[in-house]
Ligand binder design. Structure first.
Ligand code: SF4
Ligand code: SF4
Length: 113
């Protein structure tokens, strides 16, 4: 499976939705659906669990990622991820407020530059 770091810092390669999709594993899709319901109160059916990762050009994206402004901007700028961007912006900071996991992962990326 390809190792994929998202623009925001999250690691797609460790995401249950991405792993279930790439392995085409319906049991893992069902587990991911349950996890999303319990963690976020969202009803995403197992058959809807399909994601090809943050850097996909024409592939599938799930839920929030499908409309993510951080991703859209990173794709437009052509950066490997936002750690490589010289204009780190409020859109990214706001997302990191929403996702402390992404913030922590992003800070690790910055340290590796
Ligand atoms: S689409 Fe947005 S929230 Fe989802 S992994 Fe990519 S940058 Fe992060
Ligand atoms: S401006 Fe830079 S830090 Fe902000 S979303 Fe775009 S690429 Fe990421």
């Amino acid at each position: 499976m390809t190792n994929m770091t998202a623009f925001c810092g999250l690691n797609c390669s460790q995401c249950p939705q991405y792993i279930a999709t790439q392995n085409d594993d319906d049991t893992a899709r069902a587990e991911a659906s349950k996890m999303i319901r319990e963690a976020y109160g969202l009803d995403i059916k197992p058959k809807e669990i399909n994601c090809d990762g943050c850097h996909t050009e024409n592939g599938r994206l799930l839920g929030y990622c499908d409309s993510c402004k951080v991703r859209a901007c990173g794709m437009e700028k052509g950066v490997e991820n936002c750690a490589y961007c010289k204009d780190q912006c409020d859109t990214l900071r706001q997302f990191h407020t929403f996702s402390p996991t992404a913030k922590t992962a992003f800070e690790q990326l910055l340290k590796k530059l």
